[in-house]
Write a protein that binds this ligand. Structure first.
Ligand SMILES: NC(=O)c1ccc[n+]([C@@H]2O[C@H](COP(=O)([O-])OP(=O)(O)OC[C@H]3O[C@@H](n4cnc5c(N)ncnc54)[C@H](OP(=O)(O)O)[C@@H]3O)[C@@H](O)[C@H]2O)c1
Length: 295
């Protein structure tokens, strides 16, 4: 049983852990919990590759972290940018111990599409699907760990889970359902990837970081904020990065895979998130989308 909880910070959950010689990759390094996750993994000795939409953003952020942190440009809505980021990382390292798929967007008011996909699904799921699967052989080399940052709001996905017949949003767009769908996709992706990698010693888990005031809320309206009510317990950014860092480093969860975590503890996700058939269906559709876009 973990001694950590919702109050624990990323520094606290990694106290005494030496990551020297280990390689970490964190997407969304320039903001919020991605920056804190990368900072703390670097503080404990890991060499961190931090991605942001542009090299300038990544470089500025990595400079704040450590002179050892390596900035990588990776625009998750651009599959060629992802492929290029993967090539750059592969040219510099032969293993990845910790891969944190963290970047994300939430609830743009109006439907936006990228290459025929609703933007949250494209960014939060498809972008990471390509990024992580393209780097997975390096994680296998390290018998490492993959953390997919989802959200408790995966429970707000549409009733069918993933609207395979509406991935472009043309049959209707609800910004919160679409966010929920993309975050459900994160868990289903982690589940299917964990299943595929279970015999090669790679742990793959999804997580909810908590509710943290970051730039993620940039699209929220005053109405959205008031409907959250007063009952939401906010975390600080150091607390928000704790579950990612815990799963990335704690010896006690090295062999824990295919689970969903919140507050550094295993939690049961929605019924839809536990569906092996939905996870398989999403994987197959994601493969089709990526191969069509790259051809
Ligand atoms: N904050 C919360 O309460 C909360 C709750 C549950 C789950 N989460 C999840 O936690 C993760 C991190 O969120 P955060 O709160 O730290 O938000 P944040 O401060 O807004 O950081 C999000 C990061 O993702 C990057 N990003 C967005 N779109 C991208 C794209 N198309 N290509 C590449 N990078 C992109 C952002 O880059 P730019 O700065 O350039 O836009 C930024 O670096 C997200 O996956 C989010 O869904 C957060």
């Amino acid at each position: 049983m973990t001694q950590f909880d919702k109050h624990s910070t990323a520094e606290e959950v990694t106290e005494g852990i030496n990551l020297e010689g280990q390689i970490a990759v964190v997407s969304g390094v320039n903001s919020g919990i991605g920056h804190e996750t990368a900072r703390v993994l670097s503080l404990r000795g890991a060499k961190v590759f931090g991605t942001a939409r542009t090299l300038e953003k990544a470089a500025e952020s990595c400079r704040e972290i450590s002179d050892q942190a390596v900035p990588i440009a990776c625009e998750l809505t651009d599959l060629n940018s992802i492929a290029s980021a993967v090539n750059t990382i592969k040219s510099q390292v032969h293993k990845i111990d910790m891969l944190v798929a963290n970047a994300g967007i939430m609830a743009p008011a109006k439907l936006e599409t990228v290459d025929g996909l609703e933007k949250q699904f494209a960014t939060n799921h498809i972008g990471h699907f390509l990024f992580v699967t393209a780097l997975q052989d390096l994680v296998v080399s390290a018998r490492g760990r993959i953390m997919i940052v989802s959200s408790g709001l995966h429970r707000q996905a549409p009733v069918e889970g993933i609207q395979f017949d509406n991935l472009d949003g043309s049959k209707g767009y609800n910004k919160w359902w679409a966010y929920g769908q993309s975050k459900l996709a994160n868990i289903l992706f982690a589940k299917e990837l964990a299943r595929k990698l279970k015999d090669v010693g790679v742990a793959v888990n999804a997580l909810h970081p908590g509710v943290i005031m970051t730039k993620l809320s940039r699209h929220m309206t005053a109405e959205d904020r008031s409907s959250m009510g007063g009952s939401v317990e906010f975390k600080t950014v150091p607390q928000g990065a704790a579950t990612s860092c815990y799963l990335a480093t704690n010896p006690g969860v090295q062999d824990v895979t295919c689970k969903y975590f919140a507050d550094c503890r295993e939690e049961e996700p929605s019924q839809l998130a536990q569906s092996a058939s939905l996870a398989k269906q999403l994987w197959e559709r994601s493969e089709q989308i990526v191969s069509a876009a790259l051809s």
